[in-house]
Design a protein. Structure first.
Lengths: 176, 138
């Protein structure tokens, strides 16, 4: 699910970027915020960071001892993406393995649908392997699949989320 | 996030911050990100610095999975769904998946029948009809 969230971060402006003219300083703070935001990529609780939409408030700067850098508290709105257990989503198949498939959904590519969670489908090997059930519904590369999320996990080292999903339920499966 | 009960979006057991936060439909995110993309191209000397992979992949995704493209239609979808006392989360799931039948809608968002709200099948059917009309006239 995509969310509009409100966050408060501290933005550090190096001493050499400080400018007597207020407008340039404001611009520097916003650009730093956007760089920090893009670099942060994701957090466990909030999910992926997509984009800063509005900057609501820039607080008073505090000078840091020794370095002379100035730290500004900034309140802003942003868009985030988080996968929630129980949620129904649609994704695109990008990898077919014997024991299941990987899907792409929003910013993540590590959505795993195990063969065990689509037990009516059979693996069909070949140059372009695919899964097929007896109603000749086919799951192959590039196909859109609607699934339900069983669980998700945040991998701190990669700043990336992984999820396991299932087709067990009504109105789930490949969409033509 | 330290809920005693396990999270389950199907029963609307999701972290508080998400119940209160404003959920966005894919079509809304597409409009916002496209606008942002243009803005960054114009104002920044080095736009690629601020267009992260997360941004790019999400933009691709929401463009493909938006049921409504026209900004007026997108606004109308939210307006219509807002009349049905839905949680933000439920509203967005319905707007994203656009179920065609009452049965499908209940399979996608089982919580609309619980929580003691007066959603009989007729009300849900009317809601789905209204949604499909927007699509038709887009």
């Amino acid at each position: 699910m995509y969310l509009k969230s409100q966050l408060s971060w501290n933005v550090v402006i190096p001493a050499e970027n400080l400018d007597a003219k207020g407008l340039m300083l404001k611009k520097a703070i916003i650009i730093h915020l956007m760089d920090d935001f893009a670099a942060k990529k994701a957090m466990k609780d909030l999910g992926y960071f997509l984009a800063v939409t509005t900057v609501e408030r820039i607080g008073e700067g505090k000078v840091r001892q020794h370095t002379g850098d100035v730290l500004f508290p900034v309140d802003f709105s942003c868009i985030t993406f988080k996968i929630l257990p129980g949620e129904i989503l649609e994704g695109v198949v990008h990898k077919i393995l014997k024991h299941g498939v990987f899907l792409r959904c929003g910013p993540t590519e590590k959505i795993y649908l195990s063969h065990q969670k689509m037990s009516d489908y059979q693996y069909v090997p070949g140059e372009n392997p695919f899964f097929r059930n007896d109603k000749s519904s086919k799951i192959e590369k590039g196909v859109v699949v609607r699934f339900v999320v069983i669980g998700e996990k945040y991998v701190e080292a990669e700043k990336d989320f992984q999820a396991v999903v299932s087709l067990e339920g009504d109105y789930l499966g490949p969409i033509s | 996030m330290s809920g005693e009960e396990e999270e389950n979006a199907a029963e609307l057991k999701i972290p508080d911050e998400f119940l209160k936060a404003k959920c966005l439909m894919n079509c809304e995110v597409a409009l916002i990100l496209e606008h942002k993309y243009e803005q960054l191209q114009q104002m920044s000397e080095d736009p690629m610095n601020q267009i992260s992979q997360v941004f790019e992949k999400s933009l691709q995704y929401v463009k493909r999975f938006s049921r409504y493209k026209n900004p007026d239609a997108v606004r109308q979808v939210r307006e219509i769904l807002s009349r049905y006392q839905l949680a933000e989360f439920e509203l967005s799931v319905l707007g994203n998946l656009c179920p065609e039948t009452v049965e499908e809608a209940l399979a996608m968002v089982p919580s609309i029948k619980t929580r003691g709200r007066a959603h009989d099948d007729d009300a849900i059917e009317k809601m789905l009809n209204d949604l499909s009309l927007i699509k038709k006239f887009e």
